[in-house]
Design a protein. Structure first.
Length: 416
C-alpha cells in the first residue's frame, strides 16, 4: 500500500504519528569517519549528499550544533537567481541554478522551487547603465537576462509605484525569468533525507569545539559528544566561520554581520514575482501562504546575536512602502536575524587551507541560499579530490594574497 495514501495519513493521525518513519536517522557519532562536514545548513547537507552521490564517499558525518537548517538556511528570504556580473561568479551561480531546476526530482522531495522571475530595480541613470552592463554580461555567459522599462514594470507588477514623482523613481529593472524562490526548510530536509538514505550520519545537537591538527594535517575534531577522528574535514558554518578557523589557528578575511528579514500577516495573492532594490534597501516576494516576505540590508556592526537593530527595520519598511504604497496598512507578524559571513569582494570562499585535509566553505554573505546545491556540488568535489573544481578555483583563499578578487558588491544587490 502507498504509505502516503489517505488511509495511511488517517492511521498515523489516530496513532499520534507513532509509526511515522523519521525522514533521517539520529545516530550516535562513530569514533571516525572518512569525511566530516561541520555545519548542518543547506550547504553542509548538500556537500554530504554530493560526497556520497557523486564521489562514493558514504562514511560521512554532518555535525550540527543545533538543528539542521536552524542557521541562515532557515532564516533567509529564499531568493534564487544567477545574474552575477563577472564570469567566475556567474558560472558558479548558474551551475547552482541548473541543479535547482532538477532538484525536487533528484532528491525526490518537493523543494517548491518556483521560477516566478526576479526583478532588480534601477533608480538612477547609473543604476540603469550598471543593469545594462550586467544583462549583457549575463547573456554572453548564456544566462537569461532582460532589461525592462518602467512602463513594462508597471504592467507586469500593477502594485509597484512607477510614478516619476516618487522620491527615488523607478527607471527600469533587470529581469531574470528563471530566477525565483524555493522553500528553505524543504531544501535542508530534502538534502538531509537523501544524504541519510546514502548512509550519511546526520548528528544534531553536536557542537564542534576544537579542530585537531598534527604535523600540519587535520586529524580530527573535538565535539560536545566526544572526539571524532577524520583526515578530511569540511567546515560550512556561515557566520561562525571565523570562530572555527581560530580553532585551527587560521584567520579568515570574513566579517560576521546580522541580516534581518520579516513576514507580514497573510493577504490575498497580489505579488507573483520577486522585486529587489539595492538602492532603497529592500526586497520582497509573497509566500504561498500569502505572507509578504521582506528583507533588509545588513546591520553595519559585527556580531553573533541572531537579531538586528530597529533603525534597519524602519529603513527597510520605508523602502517597501515607497515602492508599494498599497502595503502601508499591512501588519507585520515576525522579524528575525541571521549572521552572515561577508568577504571583502562579496564572493564566497570555497577552499583548501594551509592545514592539509581542512577545507572551508564560507563567505556567502547575504546571498548563499541561491547557491546551496552548486556550493555543495563543487565543495564535495574539492573535498573528494583535494583539489578545487574549475568552477570554484577562483574562490580559493589565495585570491586575498594575489589580489585576484571577484568584486560582486553590485550583483549582491543587498546593501553592505
Ligand atoms: P547556515 O544555514 O547558517 O548553516 C551553518 C550551520 O553551522 C548552522 O546550522 C550552525 O548552527 C552550524 N554551526 C555553527 N557553528 C557550529 C559548530 N561549532 N559546530 C557545529 N555546527 C555549527 N541568500 C540568498 O541567496 N537569497 C536570499 O534571499 C537570502 N536572504 C537572506 C536573508 C537573511 C535574513 C539572511 C540571514 C540570509 C539570507 N541569505 C540569502 C543568505 C543565505 O541564507 C546564506 O548564505 C546561506 O543560507 C548559508 O547557508 P549555510 O548552509 O552555509 O549556513
Ligand atoms: O542574494 O538575491 C540575494 C538576496 C536576496 C535577499 C538577500 N539576498
Amino acid at each position: 500500500m502507498n504509505r502516503y495514501s489517505a488511509f495511511s495519513l488517517l492511521r498515523n493521525a489516530l496513532s499520534h504519528n507513532r509509526n511515522w518513519r523519521a525522514a533521517w536517522r539520529s545516530p550516535e557519532p562513530k569514533k571516525s569517519y572518512d569525511a566530516i562536514v561541520v555545519g548542518g545548513g543547506g550547504h553542509g547537507l548538500a556537500t554530504a549528499y554530493y560526497l556520497a552521490k557523486e564521489h562514493g564517499i558514504r562514511n560521512v558525518a554532518v555535525l550540527e550544533k543545533g538543528w539542521i537548517g536552524g542557521g541562515n538556511t532557515g532564516r533567509n528570504t529564499t531568493i534564487v537567481r544567477s545574474n552575477y556580473l563577472w564570469t567566475e561568479a556567474a558560472l558558479l551561480y548558474e551551475k547552482s541554478m541548473q541543479l535547482w531546476e532538477g532538484l525536487s526530482q533528484d532528491l525526490n522531495y518537493n523543494v517548491m522551487f518556483s521560477q516566478r522571475g526576479v526583478y532588480n530595480l534601477g533608480h538612477s541613470l547609473q543604476d540603469m547603465r550598471d543593469i545594462e552592463r550586467r544583462v549583457n554580461a549575463n547573456r554572453l555567459n548564456g544566462i537569461d537576462a532582460e532589461v525592462v522599462s518602467a512602463a513594462e514594470l508597471g504592467k507586469a507588477i500593477p502594485c509597484l509605484n512607477v510614478s516619476p514623482a516618487a522620491r527615488y523613481p523607478v527607471l527600469g529593472a533587470s529581469l531574470q525569468r528563471r530566477g525565483g524562490v524555493a522553500r528553505h526548510d524543504a531544501v535542508a530536509w530534502g538534502f538531509a533525507r537523501a544524504a541519510d538514505a546514502l548512509g550519511v550520519d546526520i548528528i544534531e545537537q553536536c557542537a564542534v569545539t576544537g579542530i585537531d591538527v598534527s604535523g600540519g594535517k587535520a586529524v580530527g575534531i573535538q565535539t560536545t559528544r566526544g572526539p571524532i577522528a577524520s583526515d578530511r574535514i569540511g567546515v560550512v558554518v556561515a557566520g561562525n566561520a571565523g570562530v572555527l578557523a581560530q580553532m585551527a589557528d587560521l584567520r579568515l578575511p570574513i566579517e560576521s554581520h546580522p541580516l534581518q528579514a520579516f513576514v507580514s500577516e497573510p493577504i490575498k495573492p497580489v505579488l507573483d514575482t520577486v522585486v529587489m532594490s539595492g538602492a532603497v534597501h529592500g526586497y520582497i516576494s509573497q509566500s504561498d501562504k500569502g505572507e509578504l516576505v521582506i528583507g533588509a540590508g545588513i546591520d553595519a556592526y559585527n556580531g553573533y546575536g541572531q537579531r538586528g537593530s530597529f533603525p534597519v527595520i524602519e529603513h527597510a519598511m520605508q523602502a517597501i512602502v515607497e515602492l508599494f504604497p498599497v502595503f502601508s496598512r499591512v501588519r507585520m507578524l515576525r522579524v528575525w536575524g541571521g549572521i552572515v559571513d561577508v568577504a571583502p569582494d562579496a564572493c564566497p570562499i570555497l577552499s583548501k587551507t594551509p592545514v592539509a585535509g581542512l577545507y572551508f566553505n564560507c563567505g556567502w554573505g547575504t546571498g548563499g541560499f541561491k547557491a546551496t546545491p552548486g556550493s555543495g556540488w563543487v565543495f564535495a568535489h574539492t573535498m573528494a579530490h583535494d583539489e578545487a573544481h574549475e568552477l570554484n578555483a577562483p574562490f580559493s583563499l589565495e585570491r586575498f594574497s594575489t589580489g585576484a578578487l571577484v568584486d560582486e558588491h553590485g550583483a549582491a544587490a543587498v546593501a553592505h
